[in-house]
Design a protein around this ligand. Structure first.
Ligand code: PLP
Length: 352
C-alpha cells in the first residue's frame, strides 16, 4: 500500500544547470545568470537545488543520515508535494483527524484528492479505531499532527503506535510544535519505514519569514522528492539562515523554556477569569481556550490591537480562541485586557 504515483517514477527528472556539473569551477556560464551583478553577489547565483550544506547541518543536528532528509519552502511545500507524489486525483483520499491543521485537507482538495476526516475523541485523544475503520486501499497516506493544531494535544505514543501498526499507508507525523512539548525528540527515536516526520523552522526556531521546513523520511522518499520538486525551491538566503540557526540551538532552547513557563503562567491566569470556561492542556506554543462568548472576546481584543485566532467555527471547538504565547510583556497586555473585560462582565451580570 505504500506507493508513489506510478507515472512519477517514469518521468526523466528535470535537470537544472547546477545539477549537471560536479566539482570546483571558476567560471560559471551555464545558468544564464548576470555575472556582472556585483551589487547582488553571492545572490546572483542560483541556490543549491540539493541543499547539500543544509542537509549536512541538519544531519549533524538530528543524527539522521542526509539521504533521509528533504528540505522545502516551509513544511507546507512538503505537505503539498506528498499529496501530489502519493495520491491519485479522483481516486484516493487522505486520512486525517478533525479538527487539525487545515492545509492537509485544503491542499488535498485542490489536487482533486478526497479527505476522510475522523473526529477526535471527546477528550481530544486520537481516534485510533475510527481512523482504522475509515482506511482502505484508497487512503495511501495519513496526516497526524502531534502536538495537534489547534488543540495542543500530544497524543500518547501508545495510541500513535497502535495506529501505525495496523495502517498500511504512509504516516505523516507533523511535528511543527514538537520542540515545545514534553517529548522534544518526537517520533525520531521510534521511526520506522513508512513514517514521514515533518518539522519546521517557523515555530520554535523563530524563522517563519524564511520559509524553511524539512522532513525525515525513508531514502526512497527523499530521492523522489529531489527528482521531482521545483528545482530551486529554497532560496540561498533561506538555506544560509537555516544553517546559521542550527548553530544557535542553545538560544533557541532558552526561548523554548521561556515559552513553556509563560504557557503555564498564562494558563493559570486565564483560569482565574469568569469569562474563561476551559483552558485545554497544551504541549505547543499556544493555548486553546473556551470562553463564555468567544467571538465577543475576540472582537474586544482586536479593538485593543491584540489579534488572536478565533477557532469557534471548527468542530469540537465551539466558543474557543487559539492564543499564541508571546513575550512576557505581550502576555501581560493580553491578560490585562481580558481582566478588564472580565470585570465589566461581572459588574453587568453579578454572580449571586
Ligand atoms: C501543524 C502545522 N504544520 C505545518 C505548518 C506550516 O509550517 P511552515 O511555516 O513550515 O510551512 C503549520 C503552521 O502553522 C502548522 O501549524
Amino acid at each position: 500500500m505504500r506507493r508513489f504515483r506510478a507515472h512519477l517514477l517514469e518521468i526523466p527528472p528535470y535537470t537544472s544547470a547546477r545539477d549537471e556539473f560536479r566539482g570546483e569551477a571558476t567560471i560559471y556560464l551555464d545558468a544564464n545568470e548576470n555575472n556582472l551583478a556585483s551589487w547582488s553577489v553571492p545572490y546572483h547565483r542560483y541556490p543549491d537545488p540539493h541543499h547539500v550544506e543544509l542537509r549536512g547541518a541538519l544531519s549533524a543536528h538530528l543524527g539522521v543520515p542526509a539521504e533521509q532528509l528533504l528540505c522545502g519552502a516551509g513544511s507546507d511545500e512538503l505537505i503539498d508535494w506528498l499529496l501530489r507524489a502519493i495520491c491519485e486525483p479522483s481516486k484516493d483520499s487522505i486520512l486525517t483527524i478533525s479538527p487539525t491543521y487545515g492545509v492537509y485537507a485544503t491542499y488535498a482538495r485542490m489536487h482533486g484528492v478526497g479527505v476522510r476526516e475522523v473526529p477526535l475523541e471527546e477528550d481530544f485523544s486520537l481516534p485510533v479505531e475510527g481512523l482504522l475503520a475509515a482506511a482502505d486501499e484508497h487512503t495511501p497516506i495519513a496526516f497526524l499532527c502531534r502536538p495537534n493544531n489547534p488543540t495542543g494535544t500530544l497524543w500518547s505514543a501508545d495510541s500513535v503506535r497502535r495506529f501505525m501498526e495496523r495502517f498500511e499507508g504512509w504516516v505523516v507525523l507533523d511535528e511543527a510544535y514538537i520542540e515545545f512539548s514534553s517529548e522534544p525528540q518526537g517520533w525520531l527515536p521510534y521511526r520506522r519505514d513508512g513514517t514521514i516526520i515533518l518539522r519546521t523552522f517557523s515555530k520554535a526556531w523563530g524563522m517563519a519569514g524564511w520559509r524553511v521546513g524539512y522532513a525525515i523520511a525513508d531514502p526512497e522518499v527523499a530521492a523522489l522528492f529531489y527528482r521531482t520538486k521545483l528545482p530551486y525551491n529554497l532560496s540561498l538566503p533561506a538555506q544560509q539562515a537555516a544553517i546559521k540557526a542550527l548553530k544557535n540551538w542553545q538560544e533557541v532552547q532558552n526561548s523554548i523554556r521561556q515559552i513553556q513557563a509563560e504557557r503555564q503562567r498564562v494558563a493559570e491566569s486565564l483560569l482565574r477569569l469568569s469569562i474563561v470556561e476551559k483552558v485545554f492542556p497544551s504541549e505547543a506554543n499556544f493555548l486553546l481556550v473556551r470562553f463564555r462568548g468567544a467571538y465577543e472576546v475576540y472582537q474586544a481584543l482586536a479593538e485593543r490591537g491584540i489579534v488572536v485566532r478565533y477557532r469557534g467555527n471548527l468542530p469540537q471547538c465551539a466558543e474557543t480562541l487559539r492564543i499564541t504565547i508571546g513575550t512576557p510583556a505581550e502576555n501581560d497586555a493580553l491578560l490585562r485586557a481580558l481582566e478588564e473585560m472580565d470585570k465589566k462582565r461581572v459588574k453587568a451580570f453579578p454572580l449571586k
